[in-house]
Design a protein around this ligand. Structure first.
Ligand code: NAP
Length: 438
């Protein structure tokens, strides 16, 4: 019998694992188990809608999905339709590629006010993720504050500020563009608790902020480091080069201070959020100025407020526990030894190492797991994998979607697209299933 391997989650970490497993074990049968009817995880639901070139990586994933030994079981949720323990009984190995779908919580007073939306929810909403279809944020404000200096913060600020023309080639859903493009937002403040040299955004994403038609980047020149060498001494050569480029870009932005555009993105550094102010709704956010020494941030007692009607904490993501596997609450990951949880159970991507890195950072995780599986599963398999899974799902009346169902949904989305948009996304699971089943 061939080895039967289940990969839970069909985002980048899942696909790189499938790819590595096929190379290591060409006869394996590999099944993706995916909660949504659609594949590709964060590529579909997280990568910004105006970054279509990045989304094209799915063309490579599709080659894997179409391989003879690879099957896709979408609309199958662990805990609802099948348990992890049941999968472990049916499969020789189970690889958890379930990512980090939740927000790291902002724990300051007022963080639960109306008008505060964590970036996982907000990004999911503007990407048409079914979980966030009903978020309907109130964007009736001139000023928004994005907390954090990562790439997600940059994405959120850009999507809030980009004009309808700038979004024409995106797959921003209609219900989202109606709200965003009617919003009177003119100013977005992106506030980081460290200095500009410590910001986590990458240079391509930062530079894009200087190329928006309607928006000017605003940088406080006095916040730029005088002695860049000293500030960057803790970083390795590669990081130093990347961070130097960010400082150069920010300085260029500072030099264009008198550029006249109707909207502004304000970069503000050395400010830590203290409290969100207002009644039920956000009216302002209070920050404390910080200093950074030896990589540690501390407040200096100087407070300032930004009046705003929307706050998007973009301070990182968090994984959720899954029944049947251990969970490290403090670090928000499944405890693992470089991907091995137990012989037969493995973790890849953000559930393994936390929410960091770019898409391709997930590739090595897959290679390592393929090596572990080859080491751990040495006896002949007597497990039946998908044969048992399908019997169980049918018994439980689960309407799963195969990869061919996804291709039908995709064709419908492409056919429904307006103008130069690449697709019009289905944004609820019911709509997807109804479209498939007529
Ligand atoms: P991130 O890169 O970890 O950035 C999180 C930001 O939030 C940091 O500036 C962090 O500051 C700040 N922060 C954390 N806790 C905070 C708190 N309590 N108060 C104030 N600030 C706080 O996370 P991310 O932006 O969510 O991105 C996740 C991963 O996805 C990253 O690896 C990112 O590069 C990747 N991504 C890539 C792209 C792209 O390539 N275009 C797009 C989106 C996401 P400290 O540094 O002080 O901790």
């Amino acid at each position: 019998m061939p080895l039967n391997i289940a990969i839970i989650g069909s985002g980048p970490a899942g696909f790189y694992s499938a790819d590595a497993l096929i190379k290591a074990c060409p006869d394996c049968r590999i099944d993706f188990i995916e909660r949504l009817p659609t594949p590709f995880g964060l590529i579909r639901g997280g990568v910004a809608p105006d970054h279509q070139t990045t989304k094209r990586v799915t063309q490579k994933y599709e080659k894997t999905a179409m391989m003879e030994h690879v099957h896709f079981y979408g609309n199958v949720e662990i805990g609802r339709d099948v348990s992890l323990d049941e999968l472990r009984q049916m499969y020789d190995a189970v690889v958890l590629a379930i990512g980090a779908p939740s927000d790291k919580k902002l724990t300051i007073p007022g963080a639960d006010k109306i008008g505060v939306h964590g970036s996982a929810a907000f990004v999911g909403w503007y990407n048409g993720h079914p979980d966030f279809r009903d978020l309907e944020p109130d964007l009736n404000t001139t000023t928004a504050v994005v907390i954090g200096n990562g790439n997600v913060a940059v994405d959120v600020a850009r999507v809030l500020l980009r004009s309808p023309r700038g979004m024409a080639e995106s797959d921003l859903p209609d219900h989202v563009s109606k709200i965003i493009h009617a919003a009177p937002i003119t100013d977005v403040h992106m506030v980081g608790r460290r200095g500009p040299a410590d910001a986590k955004f990458t240079n391509v994403e930062l530079r894009e902020m200087g190329h928006l038609n309607m928006t000017a980047p605003r940088v406080k020149a006095y916040q730029m480091p005088e002695d860049l060498g000293a500030v960057l001494s803790q970083y390795d050569d590669r990081d130093r080069r990347l961070r130097t480029r960010n400082i150069e870009t920010l300085k260029e932005f500072a030099e264009c201070a008198d550029e006249d555009k109707p909207k502004n993105v304000h970069f503000d550094f050395f400010a830590s959020p203290i409290e969100i102010l207002g009644g039920d709704r956000v009216e302002a956010i209070r920050f404390e100025r910080t200093t950074v020494e030896n990589g540690k941030t501390s407040g200096i007692g100087e407070m300032f407020d930004i009046e705003c009607g929307l706050v998007i904490p973009s301070i990182g993501y968090r994984s959720e526990p899954i029944e049947g596997a251990p969970f490290d609450q403090k670090n928000g990951i499944i405890p693992n030894d470089n991907g091995r949880i137990d012989p037969g159970l493995y973790a890849v991507g953000w559930i393994k190492r936390g929410p960091s890195g770019v898409i391709s950072s997930n590739r090595p995780d897959g290679v390592i797991v393929a090596e572990y599986i080859a080491e751990d599963i040495t006896s002949d398999s007597n497990k039946l994998g998908r044969d048992d899974l399908e019997v169980m799902l049918k018994d439980r009346h689960v309407r799963w979607t195969g990869y061919s169902d996804w291709k039908k949904l995709e064709a419908m989305e492409v056919a429904a697209a307006d103008g130069s948009a690449p697709r019009k996304k289905f944004v609820t699971v019911d709509d997807m299933i109804n479209a498939l089943d007529g």
